[in-house]
Write a protein that binds this ligand. Sequence first.
Ligand code: B12
Length: 227
Amino acid sequence: MGIVIDDEYFEKLAQTVIDGEDEECVRLVNEGLEAGVDPLEAVERGLAKGINQVGVDFGAGVIFLPELAMAADVMKEGAAILDAKIKEAGEKRMSHGKIVIGTIKGDIHDIGKSVVAAVLQANGYDVVDIGIDVDIDAFIQAVKDNDADALGMSTLLTLPLMEMEKVIIRLKEIGMRDSIKVIVGGCPVTQEFADEIGADAVGFDAQDAVFKLDGLMGVNRPIASAG
Ligand code: B12
């Protein structure tokens, strides 16, 4: 008998991340997909909930880096399967524009950025994901090489936040700021911060990233068009 996609399913999925159970996570993800779960919902209500709990526990000193790393690996494994499904759902659509996206220098967190990349792709954007720990020159080079319409920068850390502003300043220096939209995101990034550094928008989650980028690129689409 197949499994049922209900609150309990998402809770179990979250728990596999908290417990660091990679095999169980992959099994539940695959069974969920077979039963018709929306892959983005599985990320947000399942895996991301689990990793957020782990983040709270880590912040409170209840668990330590090895447990955090193990949970992150489980999340990545599950998210990779789901990201692929999210992208598949968006294939063969007209392109709304090209975005280069990466995590800024000094930061190796890549899960949220990769989810955003997958969801943008599913919603009709060409996405060039240039990875983590990306320095100013690499961002600029990727924007030029790909003739990008937009640049997305991610960070989860407070310390390297100002790297985002440095990239924007460089874009101005080389006369490219007016020809590219800049969207930023990650948990320490607020609207105030985005305004302060001169970004065009901030995205608070993957759906919000689509909404904000659509606004910047002049894309009109019916509500709830993901997937
Ligand atoms: C998983 C994790 C890790 C994993 C990362 C694995 C990986 N491959 O990514 C590992 C174990 C490696 C790790 C390492 C560290 N971590 Co860590 N980590 C986390 C944790 C628990 C979850 C992050 C995550 O993946 N969330 C799930 C995703 C889906 O959500 P998200 O990233 O927020 O992304 C969403 C939005 O923010 C937004 N978004 C994100 N990026 C972008 C970009 C754009 C353009 C847009 C529009 C939107 C957008 O959309 C995403 C989808 O909804 C967080 C706590 C937390 N709850 O955030 C701590 C956390 C971010 N880590 C923290 C720390 C301190 C570290 C370390 C420095 C620990 C250490 N002492 O070594 C190192 C960092 C080393 C480095 N140089 O980068 C702190 C940061 C504190 C701070 N404010 O600076 C946190 C907040 C934990 C805590 N409570 O203390 N970490």
